[in-house]
Design a protein around this ligand. Structure first.
Ligand SMILES: O=P(O)(O)OC[C@H]1O[C@@H](O)[C@H](O)[C@@H](O)[C@@H]1O
Length: 409
């Protein structure tokens, strides 16, 4: 299915980038930074976007949280679909296989230093870690700076300092994740650069444009959320129909990974699909609800202790969810995927729907009462206007003018 030209072009790029990978490995090992680099990949795991970073962002600002969730789902979908379509190799299997080193096997041995984070089982283009971390840290920086800076004077030195610090954090994190993925032999540099571009596209489509959050029909919302899964499955089946095995990279991982226990089923693109499908389904179910729509409008108003509670509850459930994931039976793959779908869907329902309700109870806030008050005051206004109109009809032209002014307001 792959054209010869495309393959030859990619091979040239891989050859060209090998020395860069060698340099990165050399630099990290010289400076004894190996553990830190592996840690960065762990902190930037795409799964944490849902179980750790989503509760944090939603706790600080509910609206940003939902925008982030939409962006994370789109990001994961785009990454997984591109991986199936672009057939990117990973350095840890491509380098030992490449002709470049076949006449000189020692070169690959010198270069290849695998670690626990190396043995990813999906294709390499584009990098999922780089894409999702761009989304996570850009939205985190935007939410935190927006929250803190909105309270400070525009010329305040603290404002300038916080602003720079937050954006410096974002750039540093981005560079570290890319460096870590190259060091672990997960990616060639161009796979990290293209992931950066894809991440920006995701931010534009799902974070900057917010039209997708206003919805009136639950059915439309559910259908939209299921489109992610249906399109991904369609591509998977399409590839199979063309005689291409979308899981070709698993065989490479099994062949070239140094230790078989470093290979995990939850690194496959198929697993990523189950994870974001569960999240998308849950978002489709709860987005049109009265509570979520209310929270989307009210999110700026909550106190610090309320935000703290929301973050703590969300992270706690994220940890429970991660624990359940680690204990999930993996022998029957269909059962495993079905259970993971439910687990990930419930995680989102808990954070975006139940946590705000729990906080309402703890802080003795009844949003139904608030809504009711709003509705009653709107009704009262309508009644008053009606009475005034009646009186105007009888004898008072001044009230008529007043009424017209009120309408214009
Ligand atoms: O493309 P990358 O950077 O190797 O990351 C993608 C994968 O990283 C894994 O560790 C995740 O568990 C997968 O779900 C994800 O698809």
């Amino acid at each position: 299915m792959l054209s010869q030209d495309y393959q030859a072009f990619m091979e040239r790029i891989y050859h060209y980038e090998v020395p860069t990978i060698r340099q990165v490995q050399h630099y990290v090992n010289e400076n004894d930074l190996s553990h830190r680099m592996q840690m960065v990949s762990r902190i930037g795991d795409p799964g944490l976007a849902f179980s750790l970073y989503f509760p944090i962002i939603a706790g600080i600002n509910f609206r940003s949280g939902i925008r982030f969730l939409g962006a994370a789902i789109l990001c994961e979908w785009m990454n997984q679909v591109l991986k199936w379509l672009l057939f990117g190799e990973r350095p840890y299997w491509w380098i030992p296989e490449a002709e470049l080193f076949s006449s000189n096997p020692r070169s690959s041995l010198i270069l290849l230093e695998q670690n626990r984070m190396t043995c990813e089982t999906g294709p390499g283009l584009p990098s999922g870690h780089v894409m999702i971390n761009l989304v996570i840290w850009l939205i985190m920086a935007d939410t935190i700076s927006g929250k803190i800076l909105s309270k400070l004077n525009e010329t305040s030195p603290i404002r300038i300092f916080v602003n720079r610090l937050v954006w410096f954090g974002f750039i540093t994190m981005h560079l570290m994740v890319s460096g870590s993925r190259i060091y672990n032999l997960n990616h060639f540099p161009h796979q990290c650069i293209s992931a950066f571009v894809c991440g920006i596209v995701v931010i534009k489509l799902a974070y900057h444009s917010q039209g997708w959050m206003t919805t009136n029909s639950r059915l439309t919302c559910l259908i939209k959320s299921l489109l992610f899964t249906i399109s991904a499955l369609g591509i998977y089946q399409g590839l199979l129909a063309q005689g291409v095995n979308p899981d070709w990279a698993i065989a490479k991982a099994l062949k070239w990974c140094k230790h078989q226990e470093w290979i995990h089923i939850d690194t496959t693109p198929f697993y990523a699909m189950v994870r974001y499908s569960g999240a998308a389904f849950a978002l489709g179910c709860i987005l049109p609800s009265q509570k979520v729509q209310y929270e989307l409008k009210q999110s700026e108003l909550y106190s610090l202790s309320d935000q703290g509670l929301r973050i703590a509850l969300g992270i706690l459930w994220g940890m429970v969810s991660t624990l359940v994931h680690s204990m999930m039976p993996r022998k029957d793959l269909n059962l495993f995927y079905a259970l993971e779908f439910v687990l990930n869907a419930f995680l989102i329902v808990f954070i975006a729907y139940l946590v705000p309700r729990i906080s309402d109870i703890i802080f003795k806030r009844d949003h139904a009462v608030l809504e009711d008050k709003k509705r009653k005051s709107a009704k009262n206004k309508k009644l008053q206007t009606h009475h005034l109109k009646q009186r105007t009809k009888i004898d008072n032209p001044i009230v008529d003018i007043h009424l017209r002014q009120r309408k214009n307001l």
